[in-house]
Unconditional design. Structure first.
Length: 319
């Protein structure tokens, strides 16, 4: 099979018929063998009934229905697990991503040898204040932190070689950072393509300003995971050891100076416990010990963790 198209969605009943017709037209025109996997992430409208109707008319259309709204990362994870195409295309269901981009994305993977190609919505139709400026800041921070030189991390239109999606773990809200996850997994040929961004035709955006706040927090998480995810002791153990050593040396210095003044200089001294630096040294040693234990526990958890099910599937169609 040439292409698997994975489309997460939430309450997109108006756009699904038009989107499915558009995809079919592109696939037939290019003589691709394909499948389209819709992941209904807990829609409360008529989206699932439309997916069922589409699947009856065309067996290439398939569906996964979640019991509840688990998030885009979980939807992509479920789609990646089921995808069978040589090239995996992800896109949003709101018609803001154009299926006409699929042939060139496919060729960049197959002919030019990219592992991953990310869309870049260079010209956007979103609000400048609400989305454009926060998005530019977010993408700048992501580039600096991750080392992956993409202009638009958050674009839903991406293409992947099959072995990429089968070897990365998308969880939490990490769908924004799939290129970073791919890089960390060893896939180095990551490209970018300018794609058409279309104004939303139906409904309203399901994402608010909080996605940028969450995005920056996730950026810190993925930076930590990429640097120390497999060796937490290297960070926490090092910091803990340094802090404990500083606290221990400081406490030792306070004790030695008291003994020196008391027995050598014959000076009257205050109690060690009346010296505020004693408590600073003690706190530093305690914090150092806790950091060391955090690293130790992180190593234990890393070696004993089991993959937990992060979503529940209610129904499947043609899978």
């Amino acid at each position: 099979m040439n292409i698997s198209v994975i489309i997460p969605l939430l309450n997109e009943q108006e756009s699904l018929p038009e989107l499915s017709s558009w995809i079919t037209k592109v696939m037939d025109a290019n003589h691709y063998s394909y499948e389209v996997i819709f992941i209904d992430d807990g829609s409360t409208d008529n989206s699932w009934n439309i997916i069922e109707d589409l699947s009856r008319k065309n067996s290439a259309f398939k569906g996964i229905r979640f019991l509840s709204n688990y998030g885009k990362s979980q939807a992509l994870h479920a789609g990646f697990a089921k995808a069978e195409g040589d090239v995996i295309i992800t896109m949003d269901a709101d018609l803001q991503d154009s299926p006409d981009e699929i042939p060139e994305l496919y060729n960049m993977i197959i002919q030019k040898g990219y592992d991953l190609v990310s869309g870049w919505k260079k010209k956007r139709y979103d609000s400048v204040v609400a989305k454009n400026l926060p998005s530019k800041l977010f993408n700048w921070a992501a580039r600096k932190t991750s080392g992956v030189q993409l202009n638009d991390f958050n674009c839903g239109l991406k293409a992947y070689r099959k072995n990429v999606v089968k070897n990365i773990e998308v969880s939490g809200e990490m769908h924004r950072y799939i290129p970073v996850l791919a890089k960390n997994a060893g896939f180095k040929k990551i490209g970018e393509k300018v794609v058409i961004h279309q104004a939303r035709k139906y409904g309203e955006s399901k994402f608010g300003m909080n996605r940028f706040v969450n995005g920056f927090l996730d950026l810190i998480t993925i930076w930590f995971l990429s640097k120390f995810g497999k060796r937490p002791m290297h960070l926490f153990g090092l910091l803990g050891t340094i802090m404990f050593f500083i606290g221990f040396v400081s406490a030792g210095y306070i004790g030695i100076m008291k003994l020196w003044k008391l027995y050598v200089s014959n000076q009257e001294t205050i109690l060690v416990t009346d010296n505020p630096w004693f408590y600073i040294s003690l706190a530093t040693m305690i914090i150092g010990t806790q950091l060391f234990l955090a690293g130790f526990l992180g190593e234990i958890i890393l070696r004993t963790k089991n993959n937990e099910e992060r979503y529940k599937i209610s129904e499947e169609i043609n899978l």
